[in-house]
Design a protein around this ligand. Structure first.
Ligand code: ADP
Length: 461
C-alpha cells in the first residue's frame, strides 16, 4: 500500500481530529493506515522576512508538516484569491467577488511555496491527495518540479456552471492546472457535470466513462459525496449528559417544538432568508405562537472579509425585529447564538430539536444535514428540511427539499415538518439514516483512494 500525502490549506491536529468532525477523522484514519504526511498551513501569520522552516510532528506512522503564511500571503492568497474570489464565485455569487491582480499573484505564489516545501519530503511511490479550492494549481506546480506521482484532487465546495466560472480571473489556468492530476473528484453529479461542460466548451476533446481528455492529458473524474462518521455522531447524541442537556432545553421553555439551524455565519448558508421564512411561519400560522422556537447557532467565520460583516449586522437586526414583533414575556421565538458550541452539545441539541432547518443558498455538501439525521432517536425522530441547492440533497431525497430563496415554500415545509405524523417521520428518517450510514466518511475516503490507485501511473504525466 502506498504511503499517503494529504495536502490541505489547514492541517487538523490528528490527536484532536475527533473534535473537528468526520472529514478530519476520515483523513486521519487513512493516514494512520497507510502511514504518511499531512501538509499545510499552521494557521499562523508571520511578518515579512521572518523565515520559519516547516514544523514537523510525528506520531506513529503519521507526520504533520506545517508552515506559516506571511502577512502578504495571508492577505492575497487566503483572504484575497481563495476567500474573496474563488469562494463567492464557486458558490455562484459573482456579485460578492472582489478581483484584484495582486490576489492572483499571491495565490500562485503560495501554491508555488507549498510545492517547494513539499517536494523534498516526497518518496517515489507516494499517493498525493490535494484538497480544495485553495490549492487548485498545486498539482501543476509539483509536475513543473518533475514529480510523476499519482495525484488526486478533491473539491469540497461546488463547481459552478461554465458561464459563471468564465467570469473568474485566470479561469482557464485554474482548470488547466487540474489536468495535472490523475483523478479530480467532486461532491455531486451536478458539480461534475459543470466541470465536464466547462472543459468541453473551452478545451475538451473527449469525455468517456469518467475519463476526460483536454490540455493534452487524460484524467479520471468522478463524484465522491463526503460522508460523516454516523455511528460516532449518533453515540455522541445518546449519552447521559446529552439526555440531561435535552431535558434542560425542554424545561427552560414553554415551546413544544424546537427548530434548529447550525451553520458558520457565511453568506452561502442562506441565514437571512431562513429567518424570514421562520417569520413567515409565525405570520401564517398563529397557532404556533408560544409553541415553536427556532435556535440558530452561527459561529463567526472569516471576519476579516467585508462580506461577512454585512451579514452579521443583517442577522442581528432580523433577530431583534422578529423577537420584538412576536416575543412575549414567557416566549422568545428566535434564539441566535453567535458562538462555536462543543460537538457533544451540538449532537444533543440536534437530537432534542424536532426540526433540522438546513437551507444554504448553495453548499458543496453540508455535513450538518447528515449530522442532524444521525443524531435522531429512532423511536421519535425529527424532520430534516433541506435546501435543494445543498450537495447533500442529491442523496437525501427523503428530507423535505425546499428552494431556500422561496420564503413561502420554506415556511410551508416547516409547517409540514412540525405536524408530520410519527410513522412518516420514522419512514423518512430510516431511509436517510441507512444511506448516511452506508456512505460514511470512511466509504468516501476509501472510494477516492482506490479510484486514484487505479489510475495508471504516468498516464497523465
Ligand atoms: P461548512 O464546511 O461550509 O462549514 P458543513 O455543514 O459541511 O459546512 O460542516 C460544518 C461542520 O462544522 C459540521 O461538522 C458542524 O457540526 C460544525 N459546526 C458548525 N457550526 C458549529 C458550531 N457553532 N459549533 C461547533 N461546530 C459547528
Amino acid at each position: 500500500m502506498s504511503r499517503l500525502v494529504v495536502v490541505s490549506n489547514r492541517v487538523a491536529d490528528p490527536s484532536k481530529a475527533s473534535q473537528s468532525g468526520g472529514l478530519a477523522v476520515a483523513l486521519a484514519d487513512a493516514l494512520a493506515e497507510r502511514g504518511g504526511i499531512w501538509f499545510g498551513w499552521d494557521g499562523k501569520v508571520v511578518e515579512k522576512g521572518t523565515r520559519v522552516p516547516p514544523a514537523t510532528h510525528t506520531e506513529g506512522r503519521v507526520t504533520t508538516v506545517t508552515l506559516p503564511l506571511t502577512r502578504k500571503d495571508y492577505e492575497e492568497y487566503y483572504l484575497g484569491f481563495a476567500n474573496s474570489v474563488l469562494w463567492p464565485i464557486f458558490h455562484y455569487r459573482l456579485d460578492l467577488s472582489d478581483f484584484r491582480t495582486a490576489y492572483v499573484k499571491g495565490y500562485q505564489r503560495v501554491n508555488s511555496k507549498f510545492a517547494d516545501a513539499l517536494a523534498p519530503l516526497l518518496k517515489p511511490d507516494d499517493l498525493i491527495w490535494i484538497h480544495d479550492y485553495h490549492l487548485l494549481p498545486l498539482a501543476s506546480e509539483l509536475r513543473k518540479r518533475g514529480h510523476g506521482h499519482r495525484i488526486g484532487f478533491f473539491l469540497h465546495i461546488p463547481f459552478p456552471p461554465s458561464d459563471i466560472l468564465a467570469a473568474a480571473p485566470e479561469h482557464q489556468l485554474l482548470v488547466r492546472s487540474l489536468f495535472s492530476c490523475d483523478l479530480v473528484g467532486f461532491q455531486t453529479n451536478t458539480d461534475l457535470a459543470n466541470f465536464e461542460r466547462y472543459v468541453l466548451e473551452h478545451q475538451g476533446e473527449e469525455s468517456d466513462g469518467g475519463h476526460l481528455k483536454a490540455y493534452e492529458r487524460t484524467i479520471l473524474v468522478g463524484s465522491f459525496p463526503i460522508g460523516i462518521d454516523a455511528e460516532a455522531f449518533a453515540a455522541l447524541a445518546h449519552t447521559p449528559k446529552a439526555d440531561a442537556q435535552i431535558q434542560l432545553l425542554q424545561r427552560r421553555t414553554i415551546a413544544r417544538t424546537h427548530i434548529i439551524g447550525v451553520d458558520r455565519l457565511d453568506y452561502s448558508k442562506g441565514l437571512p432568508e431562513r429567518l424570514r421564512a421562520f417569520r413567515r411561519l409565525l405570520e401564517l400560522y398563529p397557532q404556533h405562537h408560544k409553541s415553536v422556537t427556532l435556535m440558530q447557532i452561527a459561529p463567526p467565520t472569516r471576519e476579516d472579509v467585508d462580506a461577512y460583516t454585512d451579514i452579521r449586522e443583517e442577522l442581528e437586526a432580523l433577530t431583534g425585529a422578529i423577537n420584538g414583533r412576536y416575543g412575549d414575556f414567557d416566549w422568545t421565538p428566535l434564539r441566535y447564538i453567535h458562538r462555536t458550541i462543543p460537538r457533544p452539545t451540538l449532537a444533543a441539541l440536534f437530537r432534542g430539536c424536532q426540526v433540522g432547518l438546513v437551507t444554504p443558498l448553495r453548499d458543496g455538501m453540508n455535513l450538518v444535514a447528515k449530522e442532524y439525521v444521525a443524531a435522531q432517536d429512532l423511536n421519535d425522530p425529527g424532520v430534516l428540511v433541506l435546501s435543494k441547492f445543498a450537495g447533500a440533497a442529491e442523496e437525501l431525497k427523503e428530507a423535505l427539499l425546499v428552494n431556500p430563496y422561496d420564503i413561502d415554500e420554506v415556511a410551508e415545509a416547516l409547517e409540514v415538518a412540525i405536524t408530520m405524523p410519527l410513522k412518516e417521520r420514522q419512514e423518512r428518517n430510516n431511509a436517510l439514516l441507512e444511506r448516511i450510514r452506508r456512505h460514511d466518511a470512511r466509504y468516501w475516503q476509501e472510494n477516492f483512494l482506490s479510484a486514484l490507485e487505479q489510475t495508471s501511473l504516468g498516464a497523465a504525466a
